[in-house]
Design a protein around this ligand. Structure first.
Ligand SMILES: [Zn+2]
Length: 304
C-alpha cells in the first residue's frame, strides 16, 4: 500500500527559482489529494509527472495568495483537457465565489466537470471528507486570517488472506469476506479455526498532518498527536522569533518542540522565508528538539 507525499512548493510568500509557494501532492492508496495550490502549482505537477486529472480532493488552508493563487489556473487546465471526474475542494469561506468570478471574467464560467466546494467556517475541527480508503479531518490553526490544518488518516484495512493456510484448511471462497473482516471460522464438524491462523499481520493505518501557516501553539498537539508524518511550517529561525510572532508564523525550533510534544514519528519543515539562503540552520534548530526532521524541498518524495 502506498502513502506518499511529494513537495511541490517549500517557500513562503515570495516565489523564487528554487522555492515555490506552498503545495503538497498526496497519494494515499491511489487517492490523490492536493494540499494548497500556490502560484505555478500546475507546472510543478507537470514537472514531477504527477497526473493532476487524478486529483480527487483539493484542500486549501487559507486565503493568502501563496496558498491558492495557482488554483484557478489548475482548474482551467483541467477543463481544457476535458476532465469529467468530479472534484471536491475543501477551503475557507469565500473561495467558491472568488473562483467562480475569476472563471467568469476569464471567459470560462462553464467547466467540463463538477466541483463540490466544502467551505469551512473558522474555527472548525471535524471530518471533512471520507471514502472507503481514507478520512480527512480539519483543525484550526492560528494565523492572520482564518486557517485550517488537515489530517489525512488511512482507514483500518481488512486483513489479507494467508493463502497457504486457507488452502490447508480447505475453506470455501464464500468464507473469505468473513475471514478478511477478522472473524473466526466454524467448520462443519463444529471445530473453530481462529482468525489469526488464516490471515497475515495487519499494518497499522498511517496518518499525515499538514500545519501551515500558524503561530506556535502547543495545543495543536491534540490534533496531530502520534501521526506518522507531520508537516509544520518553519518560516523563521529562532533569532527572528519576534518577527515570527508578529506575522503569526513559527520558528524551526518551535516546530521541533511541537513534534516532540506530539510524539509524531517524523517532522517535515517548510514554508521557508526567502531571507535565508539555505535551510541547514532550520534543520539544526528543529533537530535540537526532535531528531527525525527533514526540510521540504521541491520534488522531494516522502514515503510514510
Ligand atoms: Zn503562506
Amino acid at each position: 500500500m502506498k502513502f506518499e507525499i511529494t513537495v511541490l512548493g517549500s517557500g513562503s510568500a515570495l516565489p523564487t527559482l528554487t522555492r515555490r509557494p506552498s503545495s503538497h501532492f498526496v497519494n494515499c492508496n491511489e487517492r490523490y489529494i492536493l494540499i494548497d495550490c500556490g502560484e505555478g502549482t500546475q507546472l510543478q505537477l507537470r514537472k514531477y509527472k504527477l497526473k493532476f486529472q487524478r486529483i480527487d480532493v483539493i484542500c486549501i488552508t487559507h486565503l493568502h495568495g501563496d496558498h491558492f493563487f495557482g488554483l484557478v489556473g489548475l482548474l482551467s487546465t483541467m477543463h481544457l483537457l476535458g476532465r469529467e471526474k468530479k472534484l471536491t475542494i475543501i477551503c475557507p469561506e469565500g473561495l467558491e465565489s472568488i473562483i467562480r468570478m475569476q472563471l467568469e471574467i476569464g471567459g470560462g464560467a462553464y467547466l467540463s466537470f463538477e466541483i463540490e466546494f466544502n467551505e469551512l467556517n473558522y474555527p472548525a475541527s471535524k471530518l471533512v471528507f471520507e471514502d472507503n480508503v481514507l478520512e480527512i479531518h480539519c483543525f484550526p490553526l492560528k494565523h492572520r486570517v482564518p486557517t485550517h490544518g488537515f489530517l489525512i488518516q488511512e482507514k483500518e484495512r481488512l486483513y489479507s488472506l494467508d493463502k497457504p493456510a486457507f488452502d490447508h484448511y480447505g475453506l470455501s471462497i464464500a468464507q473469505i469476506p468473513a475471514i478478511r473482516r477478522g472473524e473466526d471460522i466454524e467448520r462443519e464438524d463444529g471445530t473453530i479455526i481462529r482468525n489469526k491462523e488464516l490471515v497475515l499481520p495487519k499494518e497499522k493505518p498511517k496518518s499525515y498532518a499538514y500545519c501551515s501557516d500558524t503561530i506556535f501553539r502547543e495545543n495543536l498537539t491534540e490534533h496531530v498527536s502520534g501521526v506518522d508524518l507531520m508537516y509544520h511550517e518553519a518560516t523563521f529561525l529562532d533569532k527572528d522569533k519576534d518577527k515570527a510572532k508578529k506575522t503569526y508564523h513559527t520558528t524551526a525550533a518551535q516546530a521541533g518542540q511541537l513534534a516532540k510534544k506530539a510524539r509524531v514519528k517524523k517532522l517535515l519543515i517548510g514554508h521557508f522565508s526567502t531571507r535565508y539562503l539555505d535551510v541547514q540552520g532550520h534543520i539544526d534548530e528543529a533537530g535540537q528538539h526532535f531528531e527525525n526532521v527533514e526540510a521540504a524541498e521541491e520534488g522531494k518524495v516522502i514515503r510514510i
